[in-house]
Design a protein around this ligand. Structure first.
Ligand SMILES: O=C(O)CCC(=O)C(=O)O
Length: 494
């Protein structure tokens, strides 16, 4: 199998470079307006100088460049089992994955660099859940631009357990989190893909240099075959015109990301990545109110595929919809019901936070800016929920027949508000917007409220009864239409 070796140049037509901006002088609002909302990539500089990983994990190399301190990493983080991609061997649409200890991986890397007794394979440590594995070691701080991260907030607060046959799937929404460390020698690479759930990602080079090639979403169909089933694996291969007749129409953006630079990868942009030097990077996948519709669109597309695939057994199935949803969860990592549980909790959390800001006494404590985040989030959840209303999964018959496994999608609101996991989500949401609008210091100063009927960490109302206010609108959520109605009631009551 051909490797991805790129040697600094690529065969595809490059029509532009990714913009580079000084992250230290960029405001959050500018980031949203210029990059997050319009869904455009950017490289941010000046944000990593204080990161512990940039110092501890690297050694001075030539000039002002740094190189991985492999021995420090293996000694300090002796993970018994890490996932490693063999970059020279393809398995379906990805590289073959191996499991080994951190020490084995580092020894292989050291041997291959010194042309010693390595077997010649190019191994790339990927998707290492460093934060979960070493929570006491603060390797980096997530920049404010990427703090509005519903995916990791949710996974931190809501560990989900589902049947074991799909629980082990790597994309599964119940996996630990979407915060990773990647590290690999020069020449390691990641094949062409768009990110899981069509999330955003950000990726910071602790040391080393990466070449990125990006394809805008308007051209995604050019990398697919006629049946829209399989996509190009390596854009530097001789891509078969017969199999991918439109690939020659693609026009790419390119970026060489230097050490200490962070790249923002927007939703749905196909990209291929090459390590031009020995490189360590930190990477998160995330979504929020700005790209929630991307997640829903992907789920809906994948659902249609899952359903078409088994359409011919519909008549002999007791629970056809249940089977479609199980297959969707296995292939995509979540199904409609998981997603509905997710957006319902975020809608409630945003309503609770918005209600607390409405107290006039709070106005100097939490700015109107923060209220705008909550309103924007609720509108974006409403938009997605209204698209879910007409799907077969949520018609009356299927809702009545819903399996035990998916029943948690429909809930008593008081029960949700009382869950410990919901409370953790509220705290995380509140902290995230304090961090975004006020910075790190104020975020740490927040006090927990112990008032009855008040769920917030920031509320100062002596007589807060947000729970009572919410259930005066609705007590139970039976599907997406209820969620739309609840959001409308909450917003019109402001
Ligand atoms: O750095 C890599 O090799 C791949 C990273 C990536 O694809 C991403 O951050 O979305």
């Amino acid at each position: 199998m051909a490797g991805g070796s790129c040697g600094g140049g690529s065969r595809v037509k490059v029509v532009g470079q990714v913009e580079r901006v000084d992250g230290a002088t960029l405001s959050y609002a500018e980031f949203v307006d210029r990059f997050m909302r319009p869904n455009l990539p950017v490289v941010l500089t000046g944000l990593t100088s204080s990161w512990r990983s940039c110092h501890d994990w690297t050694l001075a190399a030539a000039a002002d460049r740094r190189a991985p301190d492999l021995d420090f990493l293996a000694r300090s983080f002796p993970s018994p089992l890490v996932q490693v991609a063999d970059c020279s061997s393809r398995e379906f649409s990805d590289q073959k994955r191996l499991e080994m200890s951190m020490r084995e991986f580092v020894d292989h890397w050291a041997a291959s660099s010194s042309n010693g007794d390595s077997d010649g394979s190019l191994l790339y440590l990927k998707d290492w859940h460093f934060v979960k594995e070493y929570p006491g070691y603060v390797a980096y701080t997530t920049p404010t631009f990427f703090a509005d991260d519903w995916l990791n907030m949710y996974l931190d607060s809501h560990p989900i357990h589902r049947d074991s046959d799909i629980a082990n799937h790597t994309n599964e929404i119940n996996c630990a989190d979407y915060r990773f460390v990647y590290m690999g020698p020069k020449g390691t690479w990641t094949p062409l893909h768009a990110d899981v759930f069509r999330s955003y990602s950000w990726s910071a080079n602790v040391c080393g240099r990466k070449l990125w090639l990006f394809l805008p979403p308007s051209q995604s169909h050019f990398v697919f075959d006629r049946n829209l089933r399989s996509s190009v694996y390596n854009i530097n291969d001789d891509v078969s015109e017969k199999q991918f007749p439109e690939f020659n129409n693609t026009k790419w953006l390119e970026c060489t990301q230097e050490q200490n630079e962070i790249i923002f990868v927007p939703s749905g942009w196909y990209h291929q990545v090459h390590n031009l030097e020995d490189t360590i990077s930190i990477n998160h996948n995330w979504f929020n109110g700005y790209n929630l519709h991307w997640v829903w669109n992907l789920l809906h597309e994948d659902y249609k595929v899952a359903k078409d695939y088994i359409e011919d057994i519909r008549d002999i199935c007791d629970d056809f919809e249940g089977l479609c949803q199980r297959n969707l969860a296995a292939n995509t990592g979540m199904n409609f019901y998981d997603f509905f549980v997710f957006i319902t909790r975020f809608a409630l959390a945003n309503i609770v936070e918005l209600y607390h800001i409405q107290n006039p006494k709070d106005t100097d404590f939490i700015s109107a800016k923060t209220a705008n985040h909550f309103v924007y989030n609720l509108m974006s959840i409403r938009d997605v929920a209204s698209k879910m209303v007409s799907t077969e999964a949520f018609n009356i018959e299927n809702i009545c027949n819903i399996s035990e496994q998916n029943r948690s999608a429909f809930s008593d609101i008081i029960k949700i508000l009382e869950e410990e996991s919901f409370r953790r989500l509220l705290v995380a949401l509140s902290k995230a917007y304090n961090y975004i609008d006020r910075g790190q210091k104020d975020c740490l100063k927040m006090k927990d409220s112990s008032q009855k009927g008040c769920l917030s960490v920031t509320c100062l109302k002596p007589d807060c009864n947000v729970v009572g206010d919410i259930i005066s609108f609705m007590r139970e959520i039976h599907g997406p239409m209820d969620l739309v109605t609840l959001i409308d009631s909450a917003l019109s009551d402001r």
